[in-house]
Design a protein around this ligand. Structure first.
Ligand code: PLP
Length: 379
């Protein structure tokens, strides 16, 4: 008799294959697509020679591995330096590092909340937040995506609580009304938690548009997007971080972020600070893509960020269009449910500072050819 788990696995794989939802890895470099419009390396730092040298330098100076969890002996000078840098930029009092943003978000939710809490969150917050909240047992109530009136109604009904949003939404690229949410939270004696994964570093880290402790109580930043490397941090008041350090199981029972990676993230922030032209190039590329798409009749959403979704709706059709683009030499994200709501499967096109104008022209030309006669459902 087949093992019950074998049956379960076979059944699920068959179902996912049939509904166009079977996810598979493709090794980078073996794909015929050679111009990549799918990743989150918005400033093109993942392949920076300067950062490769920083990683080497960090490994030589601080070691390749942290050897233990932070509370044992895994917390060293490189970690402390990065934490201080992050606090200086954001004005938060204290910081703690994680090996990934997923782990930081889940750990934060699970440690901060329990079944006596009510948590208000945007309808589209990241899976890592939802998973952590489910683990915490807190009651989750969700407001309509980026809808300030809907958030206000829930805060009025559940004051003295916490509201959670992303800054730039990962699958839609739109920006949360942080200042308005912050004012609402203050009005209702509630904390604001912002997952700044796709915002941090994309705008000038010390510029007026950057998110800081002035607006948010707890901020999560990740290093795997604009910083081009790996890891994440939670930033908050000293009391909150002291509480999290003492109680977060993901932190206490896990090997600390490698010191070489901590130093790398530190170097990436310094590189961003001294290279404002990277942000200008990215913004120019976003504007060019949107202008060309509009001229070619390719329907986009209102997103003004590096994340430019093209909603197709049907899972299989979305995969077909992405595969056709790959054959023409362009890799774009193909996003299906449950990552996005059923019926809103999409191409997720991400611009970065290193794309050339010619590459963007060519991509839009291919999109126009492929999307003619297709139900491109964007407003
Ligand atoms: C909004 C958001 N938060 C958190 C994460 C997780 O970050 P990491 O990739 O560092 O695990 C992601 C990753 O895709 C994300 O999009």
């Amino acid at each position: 008799m087949a093992h019950p788990l074998t049956e379960k696995i076979t059944q699920q794989l068959t179902q996912q294959q049939a509904s166009g939802l079977l996810r598979q890895r493709k090794m980078v470099g073996t794909d015929p697509a050679n111009v990549d419009f799918s990743h989150n390396d918005y400033l093109g730092l993942a392949s920076s020679t300067e950062l490769a040298q920083a990683l080497y330098q960090g490994a030589l100076t601080y070691g390749v591995g942290s050897k233990a969890s932070p509370l044992v002996s895994g917390y060293g000078a490189a970690h402390q330096m990065l934490e201080q840098k992050l606090c200086d930029i954001t004005d938060h009092q204290a910081c703690m590092l994680f090996c990934s943003g997923f782990s930081a978000n889940s750990a934060l939710m699970k440690t901060l909340f329990d079944r006596t809490d009510v948590v208000i969150a945007d309808k589209l917050v990241h899976a890592s937040i939802i998973d952590g909240l489910v683990d915490s047992g807190a009651k989750l109530v969700r407001y309509l995506h980026n809808d300030i009136d809907s958030a206000a109604r829930l805060l009025a009904k559940h004051p003295n609580n916490v509201l959670i949003t992303e800054s730039v939404f990962s699958m839609d690229g739109d920006i949360a009304p942080i200042n308005a949410l912050s004012a609402l939270c203050q009005q209702h004696n509630s904390w604001l938690i912002v997952d700044d994964a796709h915002g941090f570093g994309v705008v000038d880290p010390r510029g007026s548009a950057a998110i800081t402790a002035k607006q948010v109580d707890i901020q999560i930043v990740t290093f795997g997007k604009a910083l081009g490397c790996q890891g994440a941090a939670i930033l908050a008041s000293q009391d909150v971080i002291d509480f999290l350090v003492a109680n977060t199981r993901h932190y206490i029972y896990s090997t600390a972020l490698s010191p070489a990676n901590a130093y790398l993230a530190y170097a990436a922030i310094e590189l961003i600070e001294k290279s404002p032209q990277l942000q200008t190039q990215l913004n120019d590329n976003i504007s060019l893509f949107r202008a060309l798409a509009s001229q070619a009749g390719v329907k986009l959403t209102a997103s003004q960020t590096a994340i430019q979704p093209i909603i197709i709706g049907d899972n299989t059709l979305t995969m077909t269009v992405a595969d056709s683009l790959a054959q023409k030499g362009f890799k774009v994200g193909a996003i299906r449910s449950p990552t996005v709501p059923v019926g809103s499967a999409r191409l997720r096109i991400t611009l970065n500072a290193k794309h050339t104008s010619a590459q963007i022209h060519q991509l839009v030309a291919q999109l126009a050819l492929l999307l003619i006669d297709q139900p491109n459902e964007n407003p």
